[in-house]
Design a protein around this ligand. Sequence first.
Ligand code: FAD
Length: 475
Amino acid sequence: GKVDIETEMLVLGAGPGGYSAAFRSADLGMKTVMVERYATLGGVCLNVGCIPSKALLHVAAVMEEASHFADVGVAFAAPKVDLDRLRAHKEKVISKLTTGLAGMAKARKVELVRGYGNFLDANHLEVEMTGGAGQDRTGEKKVVKFQKCIIAAGSSVVKLPFIPEDPRIVDSTGALELRQIPKRMLVIGGGIIGLEMATVYSTLGARIDVVEMADGLMAGPDRDLVKVWEKQNLHRFDKIMLKTRTVGVTVRPDGILVKFEGEQAPADEQKYDMVLVAVGRSPNGKKISAEKAGVAVTDRGFINVDKQQRTNVPHIFAIGDIVGQPMLAHKGVHEAHVAAEVAAGEKRYFDASVIPGVAYTEPEVAWVGVTEAEAKAAGRKIGVGKFPWAASGRAIANGCDYGFTKLIFDEETHRIIGGGIVGPNAGDMIGEIALGIEMGADPVDIAKTIHPHPTLGESIGMAAEVFEGTCTDLP
Ligand code: FAD
C-alpha cells in the first residue's frame, strides 16, 4: 500500500502522555510523528480537564474567601459574574498552554499530523485527516509507516444510556463550557470531577444536589479527610443522596425531571435546570483498531502493559489513561518518559511507589500511598501521626484551622507509607509526603527537617513529630 509519512517513532494522541512521549522521543534523537485529531495539543487535561477546571476553581476559591471577609472586618460587595469574560479568561489560560506546547513540538521537530488514527497493521497507521478548529474529517487519508509506536489515545467520558440529549444535560466538557449558571443543578456521580464542578457552579450561584451510588462521596482518600471537606461544603448542597441511583431523566421545556431509586432517594421526581453526568471515564482502547496491529485490548478497553510500558507487541508501547488507573495526568507523563526511553534503548521501567491524588475542591483533599482504610483491610500494622491545623498559627491566621495533616507509617519498618492533607493548598503540599515515601523516609527524617514557620507545610513536620515520640526505639 501507499505510505505518505515514514517515521521511527509514532505517538498516537497528544495529551499529557502523548506530548511528553513525543518530546522525550525527539530529545533522544528519534524522528517523531505525533497524530492528534484535535487542532490543539494537550488532550483532555489541557483542553477540557485539569487546566480549565483549575482556572475556574481558582476564581471560585477567591470568591469564596472574599465572601467570608466581612468576618475579619473587610466587606466586599456581592460578586457580579460576567460569564462571557470568565469563559474568555479560561480560554486564554488554555491557549497559552496549548500554543506553548505547539512551540515546543516545533522546536523539537516533532511532526504533527492532524487526524484520526486507526492501525492498519503493526507498522502502519491510517490517519483520516481532520481540519479547521474542530474534528471535522476532511476525507483525506494518510498512511504513516512507523518502526515504533507509543499509544496515548486516552479516555472518554462514560455516558448513561437512558439519559436523553439536551443542551442542559452536560458532561464535564459541557460543564467547563460555562454556558449558563442554573438555579438548581444535579450532579450525577460524587467523584472528584463532579465535586470540582459542583464547587465552581455553586460558588457562581447554583444550588446543587448530588447523587452517588456508593455510600460516600469522593472515593479514594480516608474518610476522616473527606469528613472535613464535607463539613465545609454542606452549604453548597440541598441534597446529598448516597446509595442512590438515577433511574429516569425526562426533558421538559421548564426543566429536567429526574427520578431516583435507593436508600436516600426522594419519593418524588426532582426538577433541575442543569444536569452534570460525571460517572467516570472509559479508555479509548477499542477505538483505534488495535487488533489490526495485534495489540490486545481488555473488555473494558484498556491496553495492558509491562513495567516498561510495552504492550504484547514488543515495539508498541502504551501510556496514560488507556493503560489503567489512576487516570491522572502526572501518571501518564511519567509513563511517557519510560516508554520513550525504553524505545530509545535505555534500560528503564516505571517504578513509582506512589501516585498522589488530589481533589481541587474547597478545601483541597490530597492523599498519597497507603490509606488507613487500605492498611486496616490488609491487616497491616500502622501508626498514624495526625496534626490538626487548629494548632497551626498560619492556619489560624488564614482562617483554615479546620484542616489537618496526617502521616501513616509501617510499625515494622518505621517507614512512611502514606499520608493525607485536607485544607487549602493540600495538593501543593502532598508532594513532600510522596518524596518521603519514595526515599524510604522514617518519621524522624521528616520531623528533623526544618520546615519554614509559619506555613501550612510545617504541618507535615509536626505530624511526623507526633509519632516520632512513639518510635523511641529508632536509631
Ligand atoms: P488524553 O488527555 O485523553 O489525550 C488523548 C488524546 O488522544 C486526545 O487529545 C485525543 O483527541 C487523542 N486521540 C485519541 N484517539 C485518537 C485517534 N484515534 N487519533 C488521533 N487522536 C486521538 N488529571 C490530573 O492529574 N489532575 C487533574 O486535576 C485532573 N482534572 C481533570 C478534570 C476533568 C474535568 C477531567 C475530564 C479530567 C481530569 N484529569 C485530571 C484527568 C486527566 O485529564 C487525564 O488523566 C489525562 O488527560 C490523560 O492523559 P492521556 O495523555 O492519557 O490522554
